[in-house]
Design a protein around this ligand. Structure first.
Ligand code: FE2
Length: 300
């Protein structure tokens, strides 16, 4: 029993509508207006009611990551494990569950303080159930049972946080990437990639440093290099800064670039990510991030 996939992400935005325009004009996601939540933006990329929710906030940051469970019984069993690990678990209210279009959810923090929401039963209220149609002509995003994509979370005390995801939430190890320090005197960079109960190479990864926006990046996957290139054109047209140039990762084979979205939240946009049979897989330890490309330009 484990988490099925990364189901949704909730971010806060300082400037009203910034995720709506970034999503529709640049990423090619579909805006789903909901009359009860006019101050929020809901972005849809597939049959799910939404995959990204932006609500008003004093800063731009990740509020929470929504982890899907496959059934009510998996959901209950995982909650018991989280509680048994000594973690404080808060039940979401009926109103909050309605806003997230889920049957039920709980909220808790991982050991690094990243807020997670565990849920089951994605509902599809009428105002969210029109078929996905991209305003930018994206044919489809690679989602389904594999969820929205992946998220990389800050975890300075990375070993302790990894243990929580593996031992308590039931994630599996995919890759442990160790890279030389980004600057003299800085510690080695380390990213731990973990899979949920679906073929995507990783649904959650941990980075051994802090992040001012509570998220290192999120990843959305499309189905062709042309759709990656077309999005890169839209990024340039919008005059948005890149976190990284185009490149191909070694561990999940993703060909992608990274753009800074609202408030400096980075989005990786790629295609060709590996899908694996975990029964045939041994976790890897690697020291090389990319086959080519991915020149990072760290802000500040
Ligand atoms: Fe990524």
């Amino acid at each position: 029993m484990s988490v099925a996939n990364l189901g949704y992400l909730h971010v806060s935005e300082q400037a009203a509508g910034s995720w709506r325009s970034f999503g529709t004009d640049v990423l090619g996601t579909m805006d789903v207006p909901r009359c009860d939540y006019e101050d929020c933006t809901f972005l849809k990329i597939d049959d799910a009611p939404f995959r990204l929710m932006a609500s008003p906030g004093e800063t731009d940051k990740l509020v929470s990551a929504g982890l899907e469970t496959a059934s009510a019984s998996d959901y209950q069993a995982l909650i018991e494990k989280i509680k048994a690990a000594g973690v404080d678990v808060q039940a979401g209210t009926r109103e909050e569950a309605e806003q997230r279009c889920v049957t039920e959810f709980v909220r808790f923090n991982d050991p690094a303080g990243n807020c997670l929401e565990l849920y089951y039963g994605r509902t599809n209220p009428q105002e969210c159930n029109s078929p996905f149609e991209s305003p930018q002509g994206v044919s489809r995003f690679v989602t389904g049972d594999m969820g929205l994509g992946h998220v990389v979370l800050p975890a300075p005390d990375i070993e302790q946080v990894r243990a929580f995801y593996i031992d308590v939430l039931g994630f599996g190890d995919s890759d442990d990437l160790r890279l030389p320090p980004p600057a003299e005197g800085a510690p080695d960079m380390r990213v731990i990639f973990m899979h949920a109960n679906n073929p995507r190479h990783h649904s959650v990864a941990l980075f051994n440093g802090p992040s001012p926006v509570g998220i290192v990046h999120m990843m959305l996957e499309v189905t062709s290099i042309d759709e990656v290139g077309a999005c890169l054109d839209r990024v340039h047209q919008a005059g948005l800064p890149l976190l990284s140039s185009l490149g191909r990762h070694c561990n999940d084979n993703m060909l992608s670039f990274y753009v800074f979205g609202p408030g400096g939240i980075a989005v990786e946009y790629g295609y060709d990510g590996l899908q694996l049979d975990w029964n045939e897989f041994s976790p890897t330890v690697s020291t090389r991030g990319d086959f080519w490309g991915h020149a990072y330009q760290m802000p500040g």
